[in-house]
Write a protein that binds this ligand. Sequence first.
Ligand code: NAD
Ligand code: SER
Length: 312
Amino acid sequence: MRRILVTGGLGQIGSELVPFLRDKYGKENVIVADIREPTDDVGPFVKLDVRKEEDILKILKEEDIDTIYHLAAILSAKGEQNPQLAFHVNIVGMFNILEAGRKKGVERIMVPSSIAAFGPETPKDNTPNDTILKPRTMYGVSKVTGELLALYYWEKYGLDVRGVRYPGIISWKAPPGGGTTDYAVEIFYYAIRGEKYTCFLREDATLPMMYMPDAIKAITMLADAPAENLIHRADFNIAAMSFSPKELVEEIRKYVDFEVEYKPDYRQKIADSWPRTIDDSAARKEWGWKPDYDMPAMVKDMIENLKRKLNF
Ligand code: NAD
Ligand code: SER
């Protein structure tokens, strides 16, 4: 039996990971933790600020947790507006999770990294798994730190910490939480309502992206992978699709017509420092990673589900 804690569980990824884990392990065995109070019934929930190690340890002990999905974070754009907060939540929070997990003796910690771990000097096309990591955002700095801490705790304490470098995640159930790739979700709402969308990235800003079902598949597949097959730890590149805002608009317009203008803001500089396409051969080799959705399949599914959700 597994007893699982999902920190940041009310966020974009947690909102879909938690039901998936509950289907597999039982509702009562998957506890959502977040600094926010839920607005509706989310099942077993604890209020938790990951900046407080003692509180984390208390919950791990009280709930007899053996697995943590550590999703609590401040994302890239929000992090550049408040780098001090991003440092405390992402770096101190990650350290606290590792320390509390080590003290409790949890079996596994799953923690997403991001394409934000890369920086301007990283090769932009078919970005290798093991390459230059010199990000210029506090978010990116926190992701590289998290990857290195994961390796450190594995080698020093045998704490099994694993993670993938997520691209921008696209989904229709919960809104994104303040990232540079958020446009690729927001744009669908405007398109379906037939409203004009003002995109905060340039029309040619190509970035790696992934549809939520593949994001859930990736992190849960890696969690179940045999330890002896893994050479990497919390630093697996994973890829599914890459596109620019212009290419996304063209695909959406096959279903609905809408107007778009481009007014790049401070987020364009962040996007400029990230890769365009990703080499995920290490993940494919070490744990059999393979995505199910390409861009046209994602757009079709997003439109269908959002039309239903928005009553269009
Ligand atoms: P999100 O912003 O939607 O959710 C994060 C959650 O963390 C929120 O519910 C927030 O209330 C909570 N939180 C913030 N501060 C907290 C604190 N001090 N203590 C406890 N909870 C706190 O983020 P997400 O998109 O669900 O991302 C989850 C993870 O995946 C993060 O590590 C993120 O960096 C990573 N990731 C996400 C994407 C993406 O496109 N969504 C891409 C790459 C990596
Ligand atoms: N989607 C995330 C962001 O834009 C990437 O980690 O911050």
